[in-house]
Design a binder for this molecule. Structure first.
Ligand SMILES: [Zn+2]
Length: 685
């Protein structure tokens, strides 16, 4: 505030101050606004320009935050009285909107006693938007004697005055004069905390906000925003007699976070550290080892997640066909492998991330949905799902197999085209879902059988699996040596002796900054890198057998995965060009992944079967062969076939372990085609 000893400072009256401000500090912005009127109806003022305007500026900026209603009255009074914003000598009906408030808060930290009536600045995401409505702000009512009574209206319900404004009149003014009353255009929306602000495991909090006039339809569900406005209390119509109130924000201005990840502050010092890291030849292993170090192993999965965080670039051909840059990963894991724990922890390494579980959420809940009456006023609401809220970040979806198959189809567009189209009830819109998805699924039977086709082990359709660049199967393998290392890891973690040991090389906060900075890098392809891709692609496609009997090698879809991973690799190095080393890195990752899920080590041929249709040719053949042999050797009367004979009948082509495992599976298969009528005997039904 003002220095009482400084006699030079003259404290201005509010209206004088704002006259001075608009005429001497903000005059060129005012002129620009007047030129643009009426296409622009709001004059945006960064609060810092008020703060910087002398000692009075600091004082009036402070007053604006603490007594916003009174301050706005002063401002509009000054504009009208001194004709500060005029065209052809007419004062323009301008909306004054303040932006860039110094103190930001979160939805969670808003406290009624502290913040109600104050100008607050809240960061978050738009979760829902309702359709435009007209809201009564000043009602005119008439009594039977014809006297008019004007009543300001609260936010959520109509209040009819109890007595006539005319002195001595005892009649009730209960006739509402709609045409004489004042309405504003209003749109309700729901502002929700960003997921990365919330501790893993807890739900983000939200608050209702009201957008008015020219701010309507300026936001869509999924937008990352800073909302500046006055925190107010209201009661719902149904809770009129209750003593509890809800809060909402009467929005004065909204800042859509324009720059990607602008919520992440990267100082010059940070940038220097990150660029030094990027130049380190061991940066890849350093980053990988920093991801969830408290969970042992899973190096290949952690590496895949690293590429998903950084991502490739979205490309658009001249005819408008877009290819996504986001890298999607699917983990299929047995219950014992701390999958959920990993999923919850991995999200902290992305500058923007949303965690959700397929349990209890539908496909629409993951993408975007149109619902009715969320705000209790009958309007349609557009709601952003997890993928929309994770736009330009990472969406972690646990237990994706719990989502209904028909809802899964809604995810196809969101995963591949990176948007969600809504065409319903006169609402036609698309919501961007430009995020990488790291999803996890449980195997159908609770465990994974190496010898069984992938499609029989998970409840996810082939076309859905194809959307994932990398699929990992995580087995809870009984391995004494590994178990010992894991248990030592756990003990070290718990006893505290591991604190030093498992302290990540690169802390999550720095990791996030690294990703945010690297994602700003646009990457181009170099001729040698192009050649490297072609070389690999031709070689691998060349393994295809001309007769068509051999499995089909990798598809162009997987070729795109190589491009994306290579681009992510270039970004990690802060290189503007994709080089052969990036392509080789991508090939190694994809190759290792394919080898596990689709490579037939016996024939040495890649089989895209598991990814494209969920089965491999060879596995399909074994099942057919078992049934064929049973048919051949079964007792014609009982249909029984001796198991040992079946195994010896197939011995030349399959190992007995393989056959036994498959028989075991078929016996527990839902289809029930194979039964065991007696120990050692099998029968086809
Ligand atoms: Zn009256």
């Amino acid at each position: 505030m003002q220095d009482p000893f400084d006699q030079e400072v003259k404290i201005l009256e509010p209206m004088e101050f704002w006259k001075d401000f608009f005429e001497n500090k903000f005059s060129s912005e005012v002129r620009r606004f007047v030129r643009r009127y009426p296409s622009d109806r709001s004059l945006y003022i960064p609060l810092s320009t008020v703060v910087e305007f002398g000692t009075n500026g600091i004082m009036y900026a402070e007053r604006l935050v603490n007594e916003p209603e009174r301050s706005f009255r002063d401002i509009y009074d000054a504009i009208t009285h001194y004709k500060l914003i005029k065209k052809n000598n007419e004062v323009l009906p301008v909306h004054i909107r303040f932006t860039h408030l110094e103190r930001k808060t979160t939805v969670r930290d808003l406290r009624g006693p502290v913040h109600v009536g104050k100008l607050v600045s809240v960061e978050g995401s738009i979760r829902r938007t309702a359709s435009r409505k007209e809201r009564l702000i000043e009602g005119v009512f008439r009594c039977t004697s014809g006297h008019r009574t004007v009543k300001r209206q609260p936010y959520s319900m109509k209040e009819i005055p109890t007595e006539c404004s005319m002195d001595g009149c005892r009649k009730k003014p209960n006739e509402f004069l709609e045409t004489a009353s004042t309405f504003i255009d209003s749109q309700k929306a729901l502002l929700q905390e960003n997921y990365e602000m919330v501790n893993p495991g807890s739900q983000p909090e939200s608050i209702e906000i009201e957008l008015t006039e020219d701010m309507i339809d300026s936001l869509y569900a999924g937008n990352r925003v800073i909302v500046n406005g006055i925190l107010k209390r209201y009661q719902t119509a149904s809770s009129r007699t209750s003593t509890t109130y809800k809060n909402y924000i009467e929005v004065n201005s909204v800042e859509v976070t324009e720059k990607d990840y602008s919520e992440i502050v990267i100082s010059e010092e940070d940038e220097l550290i990150i660029r030094t890291l990027a130049a380190d030849p061991t940066i890849f292993t350093r980053l990988i080892s920093s991801i969830v170090p408290e969970i042992y192993g899973l190096e290949d999965v952690k590496e895949a997640c690293m590429y998903a965080f950084f991502g490739g670039s979205t490309t658009e051909t001249s005819n408008g066909v877009k290819t996504r840059g986001s890298i999607h990963i699917l983990l299929i894991g047995e219950p014992g492998i701390a999958k959920t724990d990993f999923m919850r922890k991995v999200m902290v390494f992305s500058p923007r991330s949303v965690y959700t579980s397929g349990k209890g959420s539908s496909g629409v809940g993951l993408v975007a949905s149109l619902t009715k009456d969320e705000f209790g006023d009958g309007s349609h609401t557009l709601e952003a799902g997890a993928m929309a809220l994770a736009d330009k970040g990472v969406c972690v979806i646990d237990e994706i197999n719990q989502i209904d198959t028909k809802d899964l189809s809604l995810l196809y567009e969101a995963l591949e085209s990176q948007q969600a189209s809504i065409h319903k009830s006169n609402i036609h819109t698309t919501i961007p879902t430009r995020c990488s998805v790291i999803a996890a699924a449980n195997p159908k039977h609770g465990w994974i059988d190496d010898f069984l086709p992938l499609k029989d082990q998970i409840e996810l359709p082939g076309p859905f699996l194809q959307r994932f660049d990398l699929i990992y199967i995580l087995k809870d393998e009984a391995n004494l040596e590994k178990d010992e290392r894991i248990i030592r890891h756990i003990i070290a973690n718990r006893s505290g002796s591991g604190i030093e040991k498992f302290k990540p090389d690169i802390e999550p906060e720095l990791f996030r900054k690294y990703v945010a900075l690297a994602k700003q890098q646009t990457v181009k392809w170099s001729k040698p890198a192009d050649d490297e891709v072609v070389k690999y692609y031709v070689k691998i496609r060349g393994t295809r057998d001309k007769t068509g009997n051999k499995p089909v090698p990798i598809t162009p879809r997987q070729g795109n995965s190589i491009l994306r991973i290579a681009e992510a690799s270039a970004r990690i190095r802060f290189s503007s060009k994709v080089e052969p080393e990036d392509v080789r890195r991508a090939i190694t990752v994809l190759d290792a992944c394919l080898r596990k899920i689709a490579y037939d080590p016996e024939t040495g041929v890649f089989d895209s079967g598991p990814v494209t249709s969920g089965t491999t040719k060879k596995q399909g053949n074994l099942i057919d062969d078992i049934f064929r042999v049973i048919k051949d050797i079964a007792d014609p009367e009982t249909g029984w076939a001796k198991e040992s004979l079946i195994i010896s009948g197939l011995a030349g082509r399959y190992s007995s372990e393989e056959i036994e495992k498959r028989i075991e599976f078929l016996l527990h298969d839902k289809s029930g085609k194979l039964i065991q009528p007696r120990n050692g005997y099998l029968k086809v039904v």
